[in-house]
Write a protein that binds this ligand. Structure first.
Ligand code: HEM
Length: 491
């Protein structure tokens, strides 16, 4: 009898393992057969070998993507359809109700990442999204950007301190993060985290701790592991909750208790008003404050890191030229119309779009991309930003070249080409259509002000150019970037 039970249990376990492996190995049978399948293991390669996500794209994805414009791709414990062809992207962005936003709060509600950012303006669909977006739009479009100027000066002082005044090497990521946190906290949340002015900021320290756990590649690929309640993940959940509680408590202390939110137009103040009017519940308030903080500082952080990298890479050419351009300007407003500076930023955002792969839409019915890719209901569909911006069918044979001149020569032409590329979905760096990024103006201003100040104060080169790798997966920028700075100040 015992033998019989043991035998049955063994067969059952073996069948479950087989089913699990089959599910990982093979896309569902109703997935479109006329697009290629990327082997499930490719995303693990950067963890095993010294390659980054750009290498993975070039070795395993590029050929299929360029030929078909869409592929089957395993990520987040499931098979998805990943799209790069602008026509397909346009269709997806336009048919908002068919390719409905369905972020982590719906896709993997039990995961650490879902606990972190919840139901927010980026991941929500329908009435919730409309409510969140209408609450924060004014604060993200009409804000007082003055702190960006003093923060850029403080940021340069921190670089100077790190290089012992005249010359030296700096790992720039942590300093850039301090800057972007200072900007988002002062301009959007309505108070100062003190990341640039204090030695330690609790929110910053906790954010770093959380990030490590949330972006653990194993749990990102197999989020169902969070259901196992492993001890190290348990602490992760506790820390994420603590972080969110601290953030809301600080908002309460800074804006609510002294009624500051009533007189101010920070995006956070608008969210508090919506909460007080009972349009939002407390969790929705916390979710949206968290996403403003996270998206509002991380994305510009990635962009700035990449731009500093390209300035370092082209120190003798672009860096010199743009320093000269910037040095002729006396009013901050003039910076927004400098052709070389703006074209350089646009080209970096094309060549290294900070958010590379985004998979957060789910089909609400059987749908079709182009003339013949039929996608079943309840399928997750995402877009490959790098795939689109590096596709020779879209950007021509010189798509791999870093060439700011491709945007044009005078500022009107440059800005028109940028808008045009976005409208045609040739450049999904900031998404597009109704769900276009609400922080593009903010990010652009932050990049311009910070770069202008840095170019006036320093020259820099990459510490070790040939071995520079990009991040292994997820957010895209040079990994662990080290730059050699030389101070141009006379004092
Ligand atoms: C260089 C910097 C940035 C880049 C590259 C970027 C990129 C993006 C992208 C690709 C999306 C669409 C995400 C998706 O498909 O789910 C998005 C949405 C969004 N971004 Fe940004 N972002 C940047 C900076 C910011 C900043 C600074 C803020 C806030 C201050 C912000 C706020 C938002 C919001 C609220 C949305 C949601 C829009 C909606 O769905 O209605 N972003 N961003």
């Amino acid at each position: 009898m015992i033998d019989h039970i043991t035998g049955t249990a063994t067969v059952l376990i073996a069948s479950l393992i087989f089913l699990f492996l089959f599910k990982i190995y093979m896309p569902p049978l109703d997935f479109p057969r006329n697009i290629p399948t990327i082997p499930f293991y490719v995303q693990f390669l950067p963890t095993l070998f010294r390659i980054d996500q750009v290498d993975v794209y070039n070795m395993y994805i590029r050929e299929s993507m360029e030929k078909y414009g869409a592929v089957k791709f395993f990520f987040g414990s499931r098979w998805n359809i990943l799209v790069s062809k602008p026509e397909y992207l346009k269709q997806m962005f336009k048919n908002e109700d068919t390719f409905a936003k369905s972020g982590n709060q719906r896709k993997i509600p039990y995961s650490l990442i879902a606990a972190y950012t919840g139901d927010n303006v980026i991941s929500a669909h329908g009435d919730n999204w409309k409510l969140y977006r209408s609450s924060i739009t004014n604060g993200l479009q009409h804000y007082d950007g003055t702190p960006m100027v003093s923060n850029a000066i403080l940021f340069c002082s921190l670089i100077k301190k790190s290089i012992n005044s005249t010359e030296g090497t700096v790992t720039v990521g942590p300093l850039i993060q301090k800057l972007t946190l200072a900007n988002i906290s002062q301009i959007v949340l309505g108070f100062d985290f003190g990341t640039l002015s204090k030695e330690h900021s609790t929110i910053h320290d906790n954010l770093l701790k959380n990030k490590k756990k949330i972006f653990n590649p194993l749990f990102l690929t197999f989020p169902f592991l969070d259901l196992l309640n492993l001890p190290q993940r348990k602490t992760g959940f506790q820390e994420v909750n603590k972080f969110r509680e601290e953030l809301v408590a600080t908002v309460e202390q800074e804006l609510i208790n002294n009624y500051k939110f009533e007189q101010t137009t920070f995006a956070a103040s608008d969210l508090i008003r919506a909460y007080n009017n009972e349009q939002l519940n407390f969790k929705q308030l916390a979710d949206n404050l968290t996403i403003l903080l996270v998206a509002g500082h991380e994305n510009p952080q990635l962009a700035l890191t990449s731009i500093f990298y390209y300035f370092g890479k082209y120190a003798d050419t672009w860096q010199k030229r743009i320093r000269e351009e910037v040095s002729k300007v006396s009013e901050i407003n003039e910076l927004y119309n400098l052709p070389l500076l703006n074209a350089f930023i646009y080209e970096t955002l094309r060549i290294l779009p900070p958010l590379n792969i985004i998979i957060n839409r789910c089909t609400t019915e059987t749908s079709q991309l182009g003339p013949n890719i039929v996608i079943p209901k309840n399928t997750y569909v995402g877009y490959h930003n790098f795939g689109t911006t590096h596709d020779k069918n879209v950007w021509g044979l010189r798509c791999e070249e870093f060439d700011p001149y491709r945007w044009g020569c005078d500022i009107l032409e440059i800005k028109t080409n940028w808008k045009h590329a976005k409208n045609l979905c040739k450049l999904p760096t900031f998404h597009g259509g109704k769900r276009a990024c609400l922080g593009e103006k903010f990010a652009n201003q932050e990049l311009i002000i910070t770069l202008a100040e840095s170019l006036k104060r320093f020259e820099w080169v990459i510490n070790n150019d040939c071995s520079q790798k990009m991040t292994p997966g997820g957010p895209l920028c040079p990994a662990d970037l080290k730059l050699k700075f030389k101070c141009l100040d006379k004092d």
